[in-house]
Write a protein that binds this ligand. Structure first.
Ligand code: EPU
Length: 433
């Protein structure tokens, strides 16, 4: 197991390029199970989560190639397999995205229930409610969801909201299934995250009929079949936001390239409110870090609200604000595993229910800390970059799930992060994405 050794208090400068989005690429890969012929995706990052999805597609009878330049080709050669095992789904929740395509194209899916997750309970009841509305018979047996549509799926009207708002992969799953259902499907309270909109764009390129992509109401007219298409994954808005926070926190001057600023409105608003200049620059966005930050309040919400996937990183930034900030977590009320670890670095953060109260401190100081999940580990790396002295971040396999060789890319901008083997043996925790 690897760890990062970070020598902190160095300014980041220069340029860093954002990769294709993990959370876009994962459902796009699952969607390849829906189509006839070859799917070709560009800009698919090399991450452990992507490798897991590739493994699952292969188990489901697809021939998959992931080239070093980020191009992925997928072609189904054996459409008889319908099972995604516990072994795979329990290590990556996004594997449930194969449910919709399998059900629509193969008439049956047997997919393990994902189980517990460090960032919250995360049920898939809304996914299942959506499939049931499309006429699927659903039962759970021995920890598996078995969904069947013996006579094929038929269109239906579905409300996909839950206690925490819309569901991102739930919308993706039901949308994929609806593309091949007979008749018209209306999905109300659909997630309108850029990744869902992009999935719809890909499905349309394959021949699907979808109206309302990027809104809370999707209307899908089922078609007989879909044909493989070529598509480029959108830039990862969470990776972009992480680099932007890194520049701000290190009093840096960084141009972050391959950014869709229109996908990052809430982050830019909060960064500017803390006193961080964010400007468009040639090929990207330039972020310069001030000496101190104004305290601000942040509430995570479904898109276009502030993303929960940047909550931990932004907390690391607010840890050094001049005063009191409050973060309200409205998507995952328990996503605060990073609080105790940030406090080990000298932050003063207190969790209060689904909120965190952050008393800004003058400086952070290096310490050994433990990553608990993907975004928490990103927050610890950022805090380590800003802290005085040496920080060791353990269990960095979490960060490798969502950021491709982050240490090399940050080191090229002036950071000092060494990857080393951690001799302390630790059991892996269940995975979150
Ligand atoms: N929810 C339900 N029932 C469901 C589905 C969701 O109650 O059937 C609840 C969840 O428990 C949560 C809320 O609804 O409270 C939103 O969950 P959502 O389904 O939108 O999350 P997800 O699709 O499982 C994706 C990302 C997450 C990101 C969330 C929220 C992927 C592969 N994962 O998860 O990304 O946090 O949306 O934006 O797209 C990450 O990349 O670090 C990550 C965890």
């Amino acid at each position: 197991m690897d760890k990062f050794i970070i020598e902190g208090d160095r300014r980041l400068h220069g340029r860093v390029r954002v990769n294709g989005s993990k959370n876009d690429a994962l459902p796009l890969l699952a969607a390849a199970l829906l189509v006839e012929g070859k799917t070709r995706l560009h800009g698919v990052p090399h991450l452990s989560d992507i490798a897991m999805m590739v493994k699952i597609l292969r188990e489901l009878g697809a021939h998959v190639e992931h080239r070093p330049d980020g191009e992925v080709t997928v072609k189904v050669t054996d459409a008889s397999r319908v099972e995604a095992s516990y072994e795979n789904v329990s290590t990556m929740r996004a594997s449930v995205c194969v449910l919709g395509p399998l059900l629509a194209r193969r008439g049956k899916a047997k997919v393990s229930l994902p189980g517990g997750c460090v960032i919250g309970v995360r049920p898939i009841d809304l996914h299942l409610k959506g499939f049931a509305a499309l006429g699927a018979e659903i039962r759970t047996e021995h920890g598996y969801v078995i969904a069947e549509a013996k006579k094929g799926l038929r269109g239906g009207e579905i409300y996909l909201g839950g206690p925490f708002g819309s569901t991102v992969t739930g919308t993706a799953n039901v949308l994929m299934a609806a593309t091949l259902a007979k008749g018209t499907t209306v999905i109300e309270n659909a997630a309108c995250e850029p990744e869902v909109e992009d999935l719809a764009r890909f499905l349309v390129a394959c021949g699907a009929k979808i109206e309302g992509a990027g809104t809370h109401r999707l209307v899908v007219t089922g078609v007989e079949s879909l044909q493989g298409a070529e598509h480029t994954v959108i830039p990862d808005r969470i990776e972009a936001g992480t680099f932007m926070c890194a520049a701000a926190m290190t009093r840096g001057d960084l141009v972050v390239e391959n950014v869709r600023l229109d996908h990052l409105g809430a982050l830019v608003d909060r960064l500017r409110a803390t006193g961080v200049p964010v400007e468009r620059a040639e090929g990207g966005v330039r972020v310069t870090g001030p000496e101190r930050f104004h305290p601000v309040d942040v509430t995570t919400l479904p898109y276009p609200g502030f993303p929960t996937d940047l909550q931990a990183q932004f907390m690391a930034l607010l840890a050094r604000a001049d005063g009191l900030s409050v973060i309200n977590e409205k998507i995952y009320p328990d996503r605060f595993m990073h609080v105790a670890e940030l406090n080990r670095l000298g932050a003063q953060v207190r969790k209060e229910g689904a909120a965190a109260i952050i008393h800004g401190v003058k400086e952070l100081h290096g310490a050994p800390v433990m990553a608990s999940d993907l975004r928490a580990s990103a927050a610890l790396v950022l805090a380590g970059l800003a802290a005085k002295g040496t920080t060791e971040v353990r269990r960095v396999y979490h960060i490798d799930r969502g950021y491709e060789r982050i240490e090399e890319r940050l080191n090229r901008c002036g950071a000092s992060i060494k990857r080393a083997v951690d001799k302390v043996l630790l059991v892996k925790s269940p995975a979150e994405a």
